[in-house]
Design a protein around this ligand. Structure first.
Ligand code: HEM
Length: 124
């Protein structure tokens, strides 16, 4: 063993739960994409919803395929996992990996035009 390899933690998936296994998992698309506020996402913590960027995912099927483990993912369910995700592995292409988990988009009232400077000027 070289003095380098001793420091490498090698992750091994449980049988069938490899990234290749994940590619073969089929998930029915939701009939309609939603538009969810952070409060609504919070209410679905136990349904494993997570906000990543501007996208809302139901991670139920992905949990056991996560190379970093189920627990850490669940810790961020019902929340915005964007920063934790980026801290850990900003090189991971989650939009591609989680395409079949997508259930909707972030509804951020702060983005709404009603509060914008332009709107305020118009109202004046
Ligand atoms: C929900 C979307 C997520 C996806 C698709 C995802 C995917 C992955 C992938 C592909 C890896 C292995 C590749 C690598 O480490 O470079 C990984 C590892 C890891 N992930 Fe995630 N991840 C997600 C969210 C998170 C979150 C929110 C955390 C919280 C900090 C996290 C923590 C970790 C950790 C600690 C590892 C390292 C495991 C190890 O090497 O022992 N992941 N994840």
């Amino acid at each position: 063993m070289s003095h380098y390899s001793r420091h490498i933690r090698q992750w091994r998936p449980t049988e069938g739960k490899s990234p290749m296994g994940w590619m073969n998992v089929k998930i029915d698309k939701p009939k309609k994409m939603g538009f969810y506020t952070i409060e609504e996402i919070k209410e679905h913590k136990d349904d494993n919803w997570m906000l990543l960027g501007d996208k809302v995912y139901d991670l139920t099927k992905y949990l056991e395929y996560h190379p970093g483990g189920t627990k850490i993912l669940q810790k961020f369910c019902g929340r915005d996992g964007t920063k934790a995700f980026a801290r850990q592995h900003r090189w991971v292409n989650y939009t591609h990996l989680l395409e079949k988990c997508l259930i909707g988009f972030f509804n951020n009232p702060q983005d709404s035009d009603s509060g914008s400077e332009t709107e305020k000027k118009i109202k004046k």
